[in-house]
Design a protein around this ligand. Structure first.
Ligand SMILES: *Cc1c(COP(=O)(O)O)cnc(C)c1O
Length: 354
């Protein structure tokens, strides 16, 4: 607190990102990064772009990247918006499309950045409880609202809502925007991008941070009909004309061009996830079905916070949320096969010794 702070800053409760430890050789299974590096073609593109051209501003409209995204999803350039990570895309979405007189709706268990944006932009919201098994019941969203947002698959549960349910939600809610945050969709679901042509109230948000192994490059995007994209553009051009730098643009285009590498690493993560799920169940965990690059698991007899602390002693970090309904769960990012074996080994040891 400082006397110089604005009243708004005084009132903020900022998001707390998962730990990025300075220590090397920790097994880092806490922030849903991809355990594999980015495509070698991305690294080549970045090197090629690191030249004297950096004295010039980048393309403020990111046309090449938007064209690459549009081509991949069968859309037009004016149906694609890009930003400095999907967190920035989401921020512009909250301000440009979700701030209305009625409250914004999102699940009680979800990405914890949503209430933070509401605080920053003064958006009223209502949290809609997920069912007991953490599934999202679309009938609970049939009430007056200024917009709806949820991740699909949801975070931190990993549960997937099928496209048919999303369509029903869009139809029942034609008066406001429905935002589907697809940060993890490539690990197990079909993108709602296929519905963009039919629903003027749909905005789909994605990121290159997870399935494209580029959390460090900060590239996210949104897909929707042109008027929705124009709203985001208006916010962006009132905030920062150049959210994506030259390196990010070059790297992102190269990532989207290397479909083979994308498929390979995505499949490896999915296979390891299914292996780890079986192993955790064998160790006495109850594991939610996951369509993401993490598992959400609870042990029948062990306290989650204590388990997380014990694993940390063994050099393995997983995520624990001190939050009602989920305080006995751990969110475990899918690492390489070797990292996941190390986790299983550490749990085996822990359970044998006590
Ligand atoms: C990781 C994540 C994001 C943010 O991704 P960035 O593109 O790295 O900003 C957005 N939404 C959800 C649900 C996420 O898990």
């Amino acid at each position: 607190m400082s006397r110089y702070w604005s009243p708004l800053v005084n009132s903020l409760q900022p998001y707390v990102p998962g730990e990025q430890p300075k220590l090397r050789n920790l097994v880092k299974l806490n922030t849903n990064e991809n355990p594999y590096g980015p495509s070698p073609r991305v690294l080549e593109a970045l090197c090629a772009e690191a030249n004297e051209g950096l004295r010039l501003y980048p393309d403020p409209n990111s046309d090449r990247l938007r064209d690459a995204i549009a081509a991949r999803y069968g859309l037009e350039r004016d149906q694609v918006f890009v930003g400095n990570g999907s967190d920035e895309v989401l921020a512009h979405t909250f301000l440009g499309l979700l701030k209305h007189d009625q409250p914004l709706l999102f699940p009680d268990i979800t990405y914890s950045f949503y209430p933070v944006y509401c605080g920053l932009y003064g958006i009223e919201f209502e949290q809609v409880p997920l069912a007991e098994d953490f599934t999202l019941r679309i009938e609970d969203y049939r009430r007056p609202n200024g917009g709806i947002i949820f991740p699909n698959p949801n975070a931190p549960t990993g549960r997937l809502l099928p496209l048919e349910a999303i369509e029903q939600l869009l139809e029942a809610n034609s008066q406001s925007v429905v935002v589907v945050d697809e940060a993890y969709i490539d690990f197990g679901g079909d993108s709602a991008a296929a519905l963009v042509a039919r629903y003027p109230n749909l905005l789909v948000v994605q990121t290159l941070s997870k399935s494209r192994s580029l959390a460090g490059l900060r590239v996210g995007f949104a897909m929707g009909q042109a008027p929705l994209v124009e709203a985001l553009d208006r916010v962006k051009n009132s905030f920062n004309s150049y959210p994506l730098d030259r390196l990010a643009l070059a790297g992102a285009v190269a990532a989207l061009e290397d479909e083979t590498y994308f498929e390979q690493t995505r499949r490896a993560v999915i296979e390891t996830r299914e292996w780890l799920k079986t192993e955790l169940e064998r160790l006495g965990f109850e594991v939610l079905p996951s369509a993401a690059n993490f598992l959400f698991a609870r042990h029948a007899r062990r306290d989650a916070a204590a388990l997380a602390a014990a694993l940390r002693q063994d050099g393995i970090i997983v995520r624990h949320f001190k939050q009602a309904r989920i305080e006995q769960y751990l969110r475990i990012t899918i690492g390489t096969e070797a990292q996941c074996r190390q986790l299983v080994e550490a749990l085996n040891q822990l359970f044998q010794s006590a």
